[in-house]
Design a binder for this molecule. Structure first.
Ligand SMILES: [Fe+2]
Length: 278
């Protein structure tokens, strides 16, 4: 079956593009796949509207891009363990408010994530992304040179500290904590496909920059976090049911906007394994 060549329509200055002309439940040919890979590395966040796909179809689409990576902490639909259900209700509001890159506590953090809107609040619940190519490229040459040689520690326990503090949280997450000791990654990574450099620290999982004093590390990370998400480096998506966003986790930060109060929001996510940052 021959799928049409996708069209990319940029949605903001630094990142984000809507992709038209594809239904993700179809079998995609190799040329279309190559166009999507290149489009992802360039636009960093791809948005597909009107994608009424099943969890199995979401899994099959994602698997064309690499090995899928189940999450250690989230529930899944029956029979599709690669799909994580991210659900928030009045009883179970979202605990993650911080800008982050997914699962940087892993030795090989995801290449990307594919998130589908299933149940959306009447208003609110947007997602923000920030280009870390743009963040790196906006730094001065001396600062880029300083950061290029540094490494930082990323820790699952640090990112899930609110969940761990809930009653029974430490017991529920004990296996995930044991399986995910702190990891070290470069502060600046080079995207394996585009060859562009990107900042690679985030306030959810990064605990410290190695080799600096605690005060130096805290001050530098605070500067980088503010710099990384300046307005002109961001893109904001308003979801609708069956909107799919596919973001490149190697060169972006993202953040849920928790302004939907107690309204129900249900998303399904698949994560694609990436390489070791370098
Ligand atoms: Fe995330």
């Amino acid at each position: 079956m021959h799928a049409p060549t996708p069209e990319f329509i940029p949605l903001a200055g630094a990142l984000g593009a809507e992709v038209r002309g594809l239904f993700l439940g179809d079998a995609l040919d190799d040329a279309t796949l190559a166009a999507l890979r290149a489009g992802l590395a360039e636009h960093q966040v791809l948005v597909f509207r009107g994608q009424a796909i099943t969890p199995e179809q979401q899994r099959a689409f994602a698997a064309r891009f690499g090995v899928l990576q189940p999450h250690p902490a989230y529930p899944t639909p029956p029979g599709v363990p690669e799909v994580s259900i991210l659900e928030h209700t009045a009883e179970k509001p979202s605990l993650i408010e911080a800008w982050h890159t997914d699962m940087t506590f892993m030795e090989r953090p995801p290449l990307g994530s594919i998130l589908r809107g299933c149940v959306l609040p009447a208003r609110g619940g947007d997602t923000l992304w920030a280009s870390q190519y743009a963040a790196y490229e906006a730094l001065s040459a001396p600062m880029r040179a300083f950061l290029d040689g540094l490494q930082a520690e990323h820790d699952f326990s640090y990112g899930f500290k609110e969940s761990l503090a809930l009653p029974g949280g430490r017991e529920r997450l004990a296996a995930a904590v044991a399986a995910n000791p702190p990891r070290v990654h470069p502060v600046v990574r080079t995207h394996p496909e585009s060859g562009r450099k990107a900042l690679f620290v985030n306030p959810l999982f990064t605990t410290r920059i190695l080799g600096l004093t605690a005060a130096e590390s805290a001050a530098l990370l605070a500067f980088l976090y503010a710099h990384a998400v300046a307005d002109e480096r961001t893109f904001r998506l308003t979801w609708a049911p069956d909107t799919v966003a596919f973001w490149d986790n190697r060169c972006t930060l993202h953040k849920p906007v928790n302004d939907h109060g107690l309204q129900h929001r249900l998303m399904q996510r698949v994560v694609i394994e990436g390489d070791r940052p370098r």
